[in-house]
Design a protein around this ligand. Sequence first.
Ligand code: GLU
Length: 412
Amino acid sequence: MSFLSYVREQFEEAAQILNLNEGLREVLEKPERTIIVSLPCKMDNGEVKVFTGYRVQHNSARGPYKGGIRYHPDVTLEEVTALSMLMTWKCAVVDIPFGGAKGGIRCDPKSMSQAELERLTRKYTMAIARVIGPYLDIPAPDVYTDAQTMAWIMDTYSKMYGEPTPAVVTGKPIALGGSEGRNEATGMGVAIVTREVAKYLGKPLKGARVVVQGFGNAGSISAKLLQEMGCRIIAVSDSKGGIYSKDQLDVEKIAEHKRKTGSVINYEKAKNITNEELLELECDFLIPAAIENVITAKNADRINTSAVIEAANGPTTPDADKILFEKGILVVPDTLASAGGVTVSYFEWVQNLTRSKWSVEDVKANLDTKMVKAFNDVMRTAKEYAVNARQAAMIVAVKRVAEAVKALGSWF
Ligand code: GLU
């Protein structure tokens, strides 16, 4: 089964529980607009290469489309479509006034120079400029894109339309209207949710053993913040492999080691392990913060934790979900656990449109309120419908989006 069929299945389940009629289901399942663009780009050696880019706008009933852009060699239209749908649900779970979208370019950013990435980003922006905008569709960073990528998009868009338009993207550098705390936001959201999960399960956060898969923006910052909150980070990993220490790892030192060597592996005070082994370590909280489909029916039985907090998009397959549920493991779904990023994106957008600037304290306090409210909404719904947290998050989201679609009325 593909990632897209998993995401559709999750939606179908919620639609069934909510008894949505067939027409409404179809409206909510299909993206409103899909764009595929060819992007000729001059490489540093003078050759021209043509890349393929996508932007899928899933639903806009609750507000402008919102969602990141990823650069990765495995990007496909199917994947971007699934992720665009997840964005619609994510924005609805945390109750911010956006719909969902996702974009991507199939490329290998690790083998490209900054100059090549800049040219490719500007080409992509020109190609999709007519369908993005501060009140239409607002991109943000995702896998292997960052504040610099957003700066290039904003600049290209602003030059095309002849006016500075910071609100066309979020996740910008602070100097260009980015928000305090946006870079750390996904990790902050994960840490807040983990704190709430500990409370919910009646477990102390202090001394809790945490395993984090992925040491990119979401993974490394979640690990750092949870360590500050008193957790013991016993294992981390990146695409090259993982490291483990039965006591704990010093996250700052590992970040430095990764900066120097390009990976977390071969850290002298830890044991090298594989990404597969890492997922099966005994721990209190397991945080997959890398890519989709890593907890599957193959390894779910061996997952040994109290809770899985999904910092990545789509790390658990539906089969695995069922196994984890039967084992009594709480899975906090991506649409809730990873929503810190888009929530602070929303704060950034509000600051841009109102020409204001919030302090980092204000950003943190508002994020905390939003995340705690969303967590409680989801856990209450789980109880009310006697379903797991993922189904509950889907019910909360689909209900909100369906209500908006119905309230808009119909043209047909
Ligand atoms: N790419 C992030 C996500 O998947 C952030 C999206 C945004 O801020 O618009 O949630």
